[in-house]
Design a protein around this ligand. Structure first.
Ligand code: OOG
Ligand code: MG
Length: 262
């Protein structure tokens, strides 16, 4: 930890204002080059506290930068963790307000819902598999509060990993009904296929994201409560979207999700 409490609060306020006013800022490591993960998660926690105080509720947890496609696109090398609130929940088949965002992108993910508490340290894959209640498809809406999505690992953690919204629904399945590593998906934008992928792109098995999340939370004195909705990370590179764009993601075994930006 390199920052004092007042600086953590000031940086959280700056990111919240960027989100609210849709005015992107430069990455915070330009000004604080020695910022570490503890600082970054402390800023993210302050953002969470402000959102909860404003009446938003936690809708789920997320892992990001868990696939090579995403790490390459964003030029960073390690998974990051964040949260979603109810304000970002958009209905399947509905219209998303483009003007809520600065420069939205979408990405296809496999989401999992847990039925038991999961706590690190030492959380492992078998424990996570035993705790999964069901599997469902998800599309995440990303929006960086940094200009042109230009950030590094700690800056993006402070910015709640670019979390901005999500769509879920489709055809939920029990874990035994699907094979997550070979589960395929096709991302279409305005009727054209723009990305294809399969679950194994995410750490070999999307449930590994939850292992890492549980162990990461343990370092911060937190755990994954039973009943959590967790997005395991973009399988393919994220796709830029603008007003008028329609997205459909076809998931093997999990149905389709569609959204349009209006
Ligand atoms: C950071 C968030 C990454 C994912 O699924 O990889 C993420 C970003 O790419 O802006 O959510
Ligand atoms: Mg994501």
């Amino acid at each position: 930890m390199t920052l004092d409490e007042a600086t953590v609060e000031a940086l959280a306020a700056r990111l919240l204002a960027a989100e609210r006013e849709r005015k992107p800022i430069t990455k915070i490591t330009d000004e604080h080059p020695h910022l570490d993960y503890d600082d970054a998660y402390a800023i993210q926690n302050r953002i969470r506290a402000h959102k909860l105080a404003a009446g938003e509720t936690i809708a789920g947890l997320k892992a990001g930068l868990t696939s090579k496609a995403k790490m390459k696109q964003m030029n960073v090398a390690e998974p990051v963790f964040g949260f979603m609130t109810d304000r970002g929940a958009w209905p399947d088949g509905g219209a998303i307000e483009r003007d809520r965002y600065i420069a939205p992108r979408i990405e296809a993910e496999i989401a999992l819902v847990t039925k038991r508490d999961l706590a690190g340290p030492g959380c492992h894959l078998a424990e996570v598999l035993a705790a999964i209640d069901f599997v469902l498809p998800a599309v995440e809406v990303l929006d960086s509060r940094y200009e042109n999505f230009r950030f590094d690992m700690v800056s993006v953690v402070a910015d709640n990993t670019s979390a901005a919204g999500f769509v879920t629904g489709g055809r939920p399945r029990r874990l035994r009904e699907v094979d997550l590593p070979t589960l395929g998906l096709v991302v279409e934008k305005n009727g054209q296929v723009v990305e294809v992928g399969a679950g194994a792109a995410v750490l070999g098995h999307p449930a590994e994201s939850i292992v890492m999340l549980a162990n990461n939370l343990a370092r911060r004195g937190e755990h994954i409560p039973a009943g959590s909705f967790i997005m395991t990370g973009g399988i393919t590179a994220a796709v830029a979207v603008d007003r008028g764009d329609a997205i459909t993601v076809r998931f093997q075994d999990l149905g389709n999700l569609s959204l349009r930006f209006a």
